[in-house]
Write a protein that binds this ligand. Sequence first.
Ligand code: G3P
Ligand code: CA
Length: 351
Amino acid sequence: MQCRSVAIPVIACAMLAGVAPLSTPAVAAPLADRPIVIAHRGASNYLPEHTMEAYRLAVQMRADFIEPDLFLTADGVLVARHDRSLNATTNVQQVAASDPDLFAKGTQVAGTRQYYIDTLTYADIQKLSAVSRGGAAYSNPATSPYYDGTESFAVPTFNDVLDYVYDLYTSSGRIVGVYPEVKTISGAATYNLAIADAMLTALADPKYGGFFDGRFNNVFLQSFDQSIVQHLSANSDLPVVYLTTCPSTAAAATAIAQYADGIGISTGQATQACIDRAHAAGLLVHAYTVSLANPALHDTLYARGLDGIFTNTPDLGVASRDALYPVPEPASLALLGLGVMGLLAARRSLC
Ligand code: G3P
Ligand code: CA
């Protein structure tokens, strides 16, 4: 049962699909009812990107979705990293300096030894600590209130992320979404497809009991690679977002809608005309990336009717989204409950 593109709240969808209703519908409903706040690489303006600490902080800040970018290690483990090279976001060069085996796996590129995820094992990556790439859009231990630079941060696997989100649901009833991106290596089609397939396999792991199968509106899949987007659409019922430039015509938007549920575009491309054109073709529109370098963009873009924003500051994103799209009042929730009961009664009468 698909609930992505209709205005049925997730609690109603869950009930109709035969899933036990949540005890906290006011928390679960926003994933379907309002524009979403996507924690881009976690709360990455406050903690090193793609760490469990950054994802957890984003969840504490009430982000709707957390976003892991994914690569496969040489021994087939999905890890959350944005770059193929580990140089910019881990201490790999420092570790390799005293680890000959690790050093030997590096690749000399224009005077710099690069350590690529696809050439290292997960055991190699477990030796590393994640760090911030720096700059105004990413965390700085000198200014962040959340760490001081003395901590060690593991590089998480995709399973770590899914376990965390699922455990949060089973322990508290809160539904947080995951928005994994298939990262790709140019000219490595087989490897890229392997990332996509491993991602789908992880989401369908029976240990999650169908939690990530789409019934809770808590998963989006994404890629910049059109062939990967088409592969995901063909092999999954989960909604897929194509990271691309804004379709310049209605026909171009309609063409994308044949194989994708939405587009992810840069904030600079998220004009009112672009958003309206994509919506007219039935596409969701998400934009990346807002951060402390440009926080006012949250308000500007949500006001244009975007369906979601990737943000490095989920606290500011949630504040902006909530100001424009308030949480339903308790009275509205009571009406919603009556509506659900009516839907169930109607469904029973049809059976
Ligand atoms: O996936 C949306 C956004 O994250 C795309 O940018 O380069 O940060 O993965 P990037
Ligand atoms: Ca991404």
